[in-house]
Design a protein around this ligand. Structure first.
Ligand SMILES: [Zn+2]
Length: 598
């Protein structure tokens, strides 16, 4: 089996999607799509009791979303592959305007759905064209009920381009150009782009972290007023729109997007607070490993156990290892991984001009997935490969579902990827070929992840919640933003951070607070992390008998709320703190092993 695996990092093939950007098949696809989106806009107004026509319009909308998605996935792959390709860039900008057009069609469809009387709506869901789409159509109706009139929604969508999203773009431009002068521990001074700061703050050398933290604070402080205006602008616009849409609370839209109830969110947070002391043990152990009494903010993403000086893994070795560990634990996943390799669905070759990072994407039209990453031969890259393969498998399991039922929320998006990652890591622990040094390094990495999800991200949530509460009464000043940030860090970290170890400017330097597409870009990650821990714990306990439950769970992720999906397929009740407390218990052995290591 090993012989069929490639020796050099693969390049992917995208030709089953399009020959090339601008090729005749691409142009033809694009023209037909423009025409169909336009003609949908010219359809006569839908009559509220004409279920047949409404069903047709909803089903048409679904296919248009798939077609736009197919184009954007293709362009997204090309632009990651060559960040400088100008044709691709202009095509991407064009697709985003097309997407905005489609959003308007959606808004008008949603207001029709919202206006349908209950009995006719039940009848609509029985239309054969909408089989398997009840949940998605129900959500469209629910969203429609929280809409302003179509004219106002259309105005808001246009204004958001120049208002809400402009604040986000300003942040990207400003932070993208930031640089700072830094005195390196070896005595030389260098102008460092802000984009490098995070990598410097993840260096094993503490002096390097400290120097980059303090030198890197300057641009954030220099631009604090502009950044605070941006943050106030983003939150202010949202709060105003929520008010006009009759939305009762600023968390409601984020919870709706995550398909999660307030009760479950609160149950999860309660469990996190109740077991905070336990997460603190991981932080204290990290401090002990670096021989300080507590951590500084610049220590939080740093490895305490350096990458072992082993040889680099070849692509051949890496894919064979992932294949072997996947196949041993979960044969169907291993088989799927091999089929991805065979069909050239993975882009891994290091090449100049490639964008950093990794992602998984796919096409609902071709029912194919792709993985993007850059292979540098580290054990960390292997974990990334397993993570992205987990995402791809999730899409593969959902292939039989119609697109409406294959669209899962951000809360459930990371479960399959973490599951893939955990199969690999668990396999490593039991593997005699993996050295004890590498195992210790991996355990340290696992702890970094654990306190990031259980302490750092909840801290961001606390800050954002406090900020939105105060923003509702008016603009929040720079000094108040710093106070709220400091208070959130005190609340979550307690004495695990040094007295001078907090970062009051984190509200400015963390890009997530300035994302304009979604609000509260934090708790869904905590949720995904913990739920995947729960799933994997059951897999460990039940073995292959759990796989059908796992696949049922993945298949259901696009057709129910998080609570419904978890209850239906796993019998888990996400609304109780007990579920989350039990899940948090599954991390105990790793923390104890970490303490022993120190
Ligand atoms: Zn992921």
């Amino acid at each position: 089996m090993k012989s069929e695996l490639p020796k050099t990092p693969d390049r992917w093939s995208l030709t089953s999607w399009f020959t090339a950007c601008g090729a005749p098949d691409y142009v033809a696809f694009k023209s037909a799509l423009i025409a169909d989106i336009e003609s949908m806009g010219h359809r006569p107004a839908l009559c509220e009791d004409d279920c047949g026509e409404i069903a047709k319009a909803v089903a048409l909308y679904e296919t248009l979303v798939d077609r736009v998605g197919h184009l954007s996935a293709f362009l997204g792959c090309l632009s990651a592959d060559d960040a400088k390709d100008e044709l691709v860039k202009s095509e991407e900008a064009w697709v985003s305007t097309l997407d905005a057009e489609l959003s308007k069609r959606k808004a008008s469809l949603q207001s029709t759905l919202a206006a349908i009387p209950e009995t006719s709506f039940k009848q609509l869901l029985n239309e054969p064209l909408l089989a398997g789409a009840s949940y998605a159509v129900g959500r469209m109706r629910e969203e429609g009920r929280r809409q302003m009139t179509c004219d106002l929604e259309s105005l808001a969508a246009d204004l958001n381009v120049n208002g809400l999203h402009a604040w986000g773009r300003l942040y990207d431009t400003l932070s993208g150009k930031m640089e700072f002068s830094m005195l390196f521990p070896d005595g030389h001074t260098e102008i460092v782009p802000m984009a490098r700061r995070r990598a410097l703050m993840s260096e094993p050398d503490r002096h390097l972290r400290e120097a980059s933290f303090y030198a890197g604070q300057k641009p954030w402080n220099d631009h604090a007023d502009t950044l605070a205006a941006g943050l106030n602008g983003i939150a202010g616009t949202r709060l105003q729109l929520y008010d006009r849409r009759g939305i009762d609370h600023f968390l409601t839209p984020a919870l709706f997007d995550g398909a999660l109830s307030r009760k479950s969110l609160e149950a999860m947070l309660e469990a996190i607070y109740d077991t905070l002391e336990f997460s603190h043990r991981a932080l204290r152990t990290a401090a002990r490993l670096q021989k300080t009494s507590a951590l500084h903010f610049f220590d939080l993403e740093a490895p305490q156990i350096a990458v072992p000086e082993t040889k680099a893994y070849s692509w051949d070795e890496a894919t064979a290892t992932v294949d072997r560990l996947f196949s041993a634990a979960y044969p169907r996943l291993g088989e799927y991984f091999r089929s991805m390799l065979r069909q050239q669905w993975i882009e891994a070759q290091p090449r100049p001009g490639k964008r950093p990072g990794a992602f998984c994407t796919g096409s609902q039209i071709r029912h194919e997935e792709r993985i993007y990453m850059t292979w540098h031969g580290t054990v960390h890259d292997m974990v990334t490969l397993a993570h992205e393969a987990g995402h791809a498998w999730h899409s593969c399991v959902l292939r039989p579902a119609r697109s409406f039922a294959a669209n899962y929320p951000m809360t459930l998006a990371e479960t399959a990827s973490n599951f893939g990652e955990m199969i690999l890591l668990d396999g490593f622990h039991a593997d005699p070929d993996i050295t004890p040094e590498t195992k210790a390094y991996l355990l340290d990495q696992e702890m970094l992840r654990a306190h990031a999800y259980l302490v750092n991200i909840p801290m961001r949530y606390e800050f954002e919640r406090a900020f939105y509460t105060e923003r509702a009464a008016g603009e929040v000043s720079v000094s108040r933003l710093c106070e709220l940030m400091t208070a959130a860090q005190e609340k979550l970290y307690g004495d695990t951070l040094l007295a001078d170890g907090k970062d009051p400017m984190f509200w400015a330097s963390k890009m997530h607070f300035f994302i304009t597409g979604v609000s509260f870009y934090n708790f869904p990650y905590v949720f995904g992390y913990l739920l995947s821990q729960a799933l994997f714990a059951r897999f460990k306990a039940e073995g292959s008998a759990f796989i059908p439950h796992y696949e049922a769970f993945l298949s259901a992720t696009g057709s129910g709320t998080c609570e419904e999906v978890a209850f239906r397929t796993l019998g888990a009740d996400l609304t109780t703190p007990e579920f989350w407390k039990n899940t948090l218990q599954t991390i105990v052995p790793a923390v104890e092993a970490y303490e022993t290591l120190a």
